[in-house]
Design a binder for this molecule. Sequence first.
Ligand SMILES: Nc1ncnc2c1ncn2[C@@H]1O[C@H](COP(=O)(O)OP(=O)(O)O)[C@@H](O)[C@H]1O
Ligand SMILES: [Mg+2]
Length: 202
Amino acid sequence: MEQVIAISGTPGTGKTAVGTLLAQQLHTEVIELGQVVKEQQFHYGKDVERGTLIANIENLQDYLSKRIQQTEELLIVIGHFADLVPKEFLKVLVVLRCHPVTLTQRLSNRQWSSKKIVENIQAEILGECTSQSLVNHDYNRIFEIDTTDSTIEEVVACFQKILSGEGDQFTVGKISWLSILDPQLIHEIMEEKKLPSSSQKA
Ligand SMILES: Nc1ncnc2c1ncn2[C@@H]1O[C@H](COP(=O)(O)OP(=O)(O)O)[C@@H](O)[C@H]1O
Ligand SMILES: [Mg+2]
């Protein structure tokens, strides 16, 4: 049964904020994969340098399949691993995107090392969550929303459009930071020399 709305995206793109509001509107349960990894101890220990847990993906995927099969209700699955939802249960997979300059600002509120922030900015520039989603799912189930200049309410309204079959403007592949950022800036970010500043928003 195609009952899962999966929300993926680089940390800071708004998955938790948007997913929580969407769940309130749809009266559905939310599964936050990051929390499941912690609570169920689906990890191999800590990545000390990054301050994150090294997830045991196999355990996480088994658990997720079982949880989904226990219900026939709509479910929202949130996480940058949200593409782990088995194909047969997926209604839509939405990847939230955010301009690297704005994402840097959002992540600077977390007590993260600049190295960890740069890694995530790199991942956003390269569209890693989108690419990973395309490995595991049909492209016509995948959508992308640019959250950069939208409120959380506006992003949720985009979800409602997608869910009602009016998601043409959000089909996968339309968002590319590579095509709008200064190549010199991309070079510096990729070399981990530098984070973009607000004056560099193209
Ligand atoms: N559309 C948005 N506009 C402005 N700020 C946002 C938006 N979405 C999320 N935020 C803010 O950005 C930060 C990261 O959001 P969060 O939902 O925690 O992201 P994620 O769960 O993807 O890591 C939070 O402070 C949140 O309030
Ligand atoms: Mg979150």
